[in-house]
Write a protein that binds this ligand. Structure first.
Ligand code: SF4
Length: 296
């Protein structure tokens, strides 16, 4: 019944729209033509098909923009403190203790109470071993006299021989990054090697060369009195500790060199060859850093 009424209503509307006179039927309700929408079309209930344009938010200044975080879940507070202190390894147990006296090279030398600069001057003139023959520059070491950390490597490479400065090649750049990562900028660290002249073809220094040169290192450490010594690589570790033990067995211990804590780790050049050693090295240098804090 309702359908029939609607058909009538449309029919009457169409007539009205075409200008025809309205039909008057007894008993039927006529809808005035001037208000056709009194009979709703089905589509009248459908929202306008042309959507309103989306509201344009005013552009946000870049500094206000939230920065996406890849690792932090919402609501999680960032960890406080420097990066090197996060998940820090504990201080390992005590290792070897070295109490030997300074070498005879300096025992009757007028420079016994010398400064680091005076020792460096001796090194530049040194002919105690065959490594002097091919050197362009001796590399005594560098760093402030009040450095809390002393880094000891093996010997100069080509770049060091060329410049007269320690750890300036690729391995040196990595060392600089490592030191920066533990908040000890390179400029605050004393850096030197076991031998002060470059072995040919970057070979490992021979024992007689080490024996001839190590008194300079001993004297530098004696003058410097650092809070911590970081021996990087097997040659530095073996020489300072007077042992033939492997680097792996010397790691993760706090040795003592004439009263100064000594930590052993990989040489940066070794890290360039084997990135798997970066993690243990990162732990070792953070142990050394903790010891610096404890002693400084
Ligand atoms: S390596 Fe050492 S001992 Fe040998 S010549 Fe150079 S400074 Fe002297």
């Amino acid at each position: 019944m309702t359908g029939a009424r609607e058909l009538w209503a449309r029919y009457l509307e169409q007539r009205a729209q075409l200008g025809e006179s309205p039909l008057v039927i007894q008993g039927a309700r006529q809808h005035p033509p001037e208000s056709p929408d009194r009979v709703p079309a089905p589509e009248a209930a459908i929202p306008p098909t042309t959507p309103e344009p989306p509201r344009q938010e005013p552009p946000r200044a870049e500094s206000d923009a939230p920065r996406p975080s890849r690792s932090r879940s919402p609501g999680k507070k960032p960890k406080a403190g420097p990066r090197w202190k996060r998940d820090m390894p504990p201080i390992p147990p005590r290792g070897m203790v070295v109490t030997a006296a300074t070498s005879d090279l300096f025992s009757e030398d007028p420079l016994k109470e010398a400064s680091l600069d005076a020792v460096a001057a001796m090194i530049h003139e040194c002919t105690q071993c065959g490594l002097c023959e091919n050197r362009n520059n001796a590399v005594p070491g560098e760093g402030p006299g009040d450095a809390l950390l002393a880094v000891v490597g093996e010997g100069p490479g080509a770049k060091e021989d060329e410049t007269g400065r320690p750890f300036v090649g690729r391995a040196g750049e990595l060392l600089t990054e490592i030191l920066a990562a533990i908040d000890l900028p390179r400029e605050q660290v004393y850096i030197c090697n076991v031998v002060k002249c470059r072995p040919p073809s970057n070979r490992k220094p021979q024992q007689d060369e080490i024996d001839a040169c190590v008194p300079y290192l001993h004297r530098q450490l004696e003058i410097l009195k650092p809070a911590v010594i970081l021996a990087m690589g097997g040659t530095a570790a073996e020489t300072l500790l007077g042992t033939r033990q492997s680097l792996g067995s010397l790691r993760n211990k706090v040795h003592e060199f004439r009263g100064t804590p000594l930590v052993v780790t990989y040489h940066p050049a070794a890290l360039l060859r084997n990135p798997n050693w970066k993690k243990p090295t990162w732990d070792d240098v953070r142990i050394a850093r903790q010891l610096v804090d404890n002693r400084g």
